[in-house]
Design a protein around this ligand. Structure first.
Ligand SMILES: *[C@@H]1O[C@H](CO)[C@@H](O)[C@H](O)[C@H]1NC(C)=O
Length: 229
């Protein structure tokens, strides 16, 4: 009886969260809304399909359901409890900038040897220590041209406010870009936090706390797929 309870308990916790696992319905959920069909050997194969808007990938039938609580593989694009970041794939992330929705423009990559875990204070870490939060494959790209001009930065992001500039602990992690408009055109300036403080992209304040985006395990920070310094 105890054994049955343990198995059931495992299934309730483990079955709901499964990503990239072939289910009894013959599909494997890759994210909350995407799936692949499974081979007879129970391996996810072929094209990635997306459920219609408002429908979620489930582990039973129908494959796509409008009932949000039946969604499988719910880890992708969910902001951390402190609204700092969300994992967008196995090894990429987006900053949440203090909201519960991941930014569509500012994110980064973990690099090949680390994985994104939404509970990891450093965003990325060794898969031996941290589970993969969002198991779909990503395309980390840290080889693009850098944005170093704050006006160009603000014309890309198209929203006024304070944004993180870069991730080098001793320099750019302490700086931020302030975006503003004048006569309908976006401009930006780079400011440096006072003393030995860092720019916190969640509270938009300068703080003595080191920042997750500046961790050694994060390999690069990007704005619309262009490198930030
Ligand atoms: C930054 O880009 C803007 C717009 O492209 C340009 O007018 C400005 O001169 C540039 N600033 C620097 C410091 O290069």
């Amino acid at each position: 009886m105890l054994r049955l309870l343990i198995v059931l308990g495992f299934c309730i916790l483990g079955c709901r969260a499964a990503c990239n696992t072939c289910n009894a319905n013959g599909v494997s959920c890759i994210s909350e809304t995407e799936f692949q069909f499974c081979s007879s050997a129970s391996d996810p194969i072929g094209t990635l399909y997306t459920c219609p808007t408002g429908y979620y990938c489930t582990e039973s039938t129908p494959i796509c359901s409008s009932v949000a609580s039946s969604a499988g593989c719910t880890g992708c694009n969910k902001c951390s409890s402190d609204n700092r970041f969300a994992c967008t794939s196995r090894n990429t992330f987006a900053l949440c900038l203090g909201t519960s929705t991941p930014s569509s423009s500012i994110g980064g990559s973990c690099g090949t040897n680390n994985v994104c875990n939404v509970g990891n204070p450093n965003i990325c870490g060794s898969p031996a220590t941290y589970a993969v939060t969002c198991s779909r494959s990503g395309t980390p790209d840290c080889d693009t041209t850098a944005i170093k001009n704050a006006t160009e930065y603000c014309q890309t992001i198209q929203t006024a406010g304070k944004y993180p500039y870069g991730r080098i602990t001793s320099t750019t992690c302490r700086q931020y870009v302030n975006c503003y408009t004048a006569a309908g055109i976006f401009y930006g300036n780079v400011y440096t936090c006072p003393g030995l403080t860092y720019f916190d992209s969640t509270s938009k304040l300068c703080t003595t706390q080191t920042q997750a985006r500046c961790s050694d395990t994060v390999s690069c920070l990007t704005l619309n797929a262009r490198l930030l310094p």
